[in-house]
Design a binder for this molecule. Structure first.
Ligand code: GLU
Length: 426
């Protein structure tokens, strides 16, 4: 079934992801000065594509899935952002995720606009062959929008290097030439980049460490609670563990584990990599999912889906820094509650920008067909993340706003200045 009207045409009290994004734009608007003239450009996507994706299933029937690709803004460069396969994907969500990509790319200074895509499907219900046919047909339907200099997809929730390889191959066949730069997050054998798989989680850690330093929190022995143990949460857990922190709670769809002394992260990563449910790991106590929010920590790292920290659980959260590995995990009301309680929120558009930053490196490497060493990539990634953090922190201090509003101020200034210089056509 089609999502109803685009959310920006719905009443403004709709609290869906696009509603959250719109509230964030409203919050930054008073700080934009004369650039406010252009702010409406951020309040609607540039273009939206909804596609039907018919797939021949293994049993011979044809199933139809709904796919999306949204170009939110291309003022600073081509569209860029991931593709999500999830049973709850909606147009409102993809629009919000595309908006956050626009802001994120500007916040860390990579030369892209913002885009996002998704298919409303539970990929766990598909065979390997069905997943490949779904991906290839969706890519073909996107042919009118994507391209190395137009719009460059990447992995997101439930998509990976294999899916990027199929997308690259399908696009290349349709174009009659191998075009590695059409997607990022590819396997190394197809123009992927060293360091890309770990980049988002690594960036989360690097920015978290910078924020911890400012807050006077020592990483050694710090308590970390992580929601989501996929590519982002798993890598962040590993980085914190290697820095001497204790990962005291982890939650994923299978359940929640708690261990006040710190979970054995390498063993847990190996357990999950072998396809076993996180919650059945034998080290640590299994606790009810809702109790995750009561766990005392120094860092709370939501690394799953949107709108997890809300009006309802924000008053209970006992942490010092919320480090947003996920996109949009905290609602504006929850932001206010956390701020009033003295809890620092390091926003998604900064904290999880490591992924798209190394996507940018991958794209540059594909264009030049010259590949960098992992040390070079990690060093450049760390530098970009640290250099993005400092002016955001300084803006938060000087203008007395949250890190989120500060990140939005700096990013929106960059986007809207580009908008202004390009001018309105005709
Ligand atoms: N899906 C990731 C994100 O939300 C990465 C996007 C990209 O590399 O283009 O930032």
């Amino acid at each position: 079934m089609l999502d109803p009207l685009p959310s920006y045409l719905r009443p403004s009290n709709d609290a869906g992801p696009w509603g959250v994004y719109m509230q964030q734009i409203d919050r930054v608007t008073p700080y934009l000065g004369e650039l406010t003239y252009w702010v409406d450009t951020l309040k609607r996507p540039k273009r939206v594509l909804i596609v039907d994706v018919p797939v021949k299933m293994d049993d011979g029937t044809v199933a139809h899935f709904e796919g999306y690709r949204v170009h939110h803004n291309t003022s600073r460069g081509p569209g860029k952002g991931g593709i999500r396969f999830h049973q709850d994907v909606t147009l409102s969500e993809v629009m919000a995720l595309a908006g956050w990509m626009t802001v994120k790319n500007a916040a860390v200074g990579v030369p892209y606009g913002g885009a996002k895509g998704g298919i409303r499907v539970d990929p766990r219900t598909l065979s390997h062959g069905e997943l490949e046919r779904l991906t290839r047909r969706y890519t073909s339907e996107l042919n009118v929008l994507i391209g190395p200099d137009k719009d460059i997809p990447a992995p997101d929730v439930n998509t990976n290097e294999q899916i990027m390889a199929w997308m690259m191959d399908t696009y290349s066949i349709n174009q009659g030439r191998t075009a590695t730069g059409v997607v990022t997050g590819k396997p190394l054998s197809l123009g992927g980049s060293l360091g890309r798989r770990d980049a988002t989680g690594r960036g989360v850690f690097v920015v978290g460490a910078a924020a911890a330093k400012d807050a006077g929190i020592a990483l050694d022995g710090a308590r970390v609670a992580i929601q989501g143990f996929g590519n982002v949460g798993g890598t962040a857990a590993r980085c914190f563990h290697e820095a001497g922190a204790r990962v005291v709670a982890v939650q994923d769809v299978s359940g929640t584990l708690f261990h006040p002394g710190g979970l054995n992260v390498p063993a847990l990563l190996a357990w999950v990599a072998a396809g076993r449910p996180l919650a059945e790991f034998r080290d640590g106590e299994r606790i009810p999912d809702d109790s995750f929010w009561d766990v005392q920590s120094d860092f709370l790292v939501p690394s799953a889906l949107e709108q997890q920290i809300t009006l309802h659980n924000a008053p209970r959260i006992r942490t010092r820094i919320v480090l947003e590995g996920a996109n949009g995990p905290t609602t504006p009301e929850a932001d206010d509650i956390l701020a009033a309680r003295g809890i620092q929120v390091v926003p998604d558009v900064l904290a999880n920008a490591g992924g798209v930053t190394v996507s940018y490196f991958e794209w540059v490497q594909d264009f030049s067909s010259f590949f960098w060493s992992e040390e070079e990539i990690n060093a450049r990634l760390d530098r970009i993340m640290e250099e993005a953090y400092v002016p955001i922190r300084d803006t938060a201090r000087s203008r007395q706003v949250s890190l989120r509003t500060a990140a939005f101020i700096l990013a929106c200034e960059r986007i809207l200045k580009a908008r202004e210089m390009r001018g309105l056509y005709p």
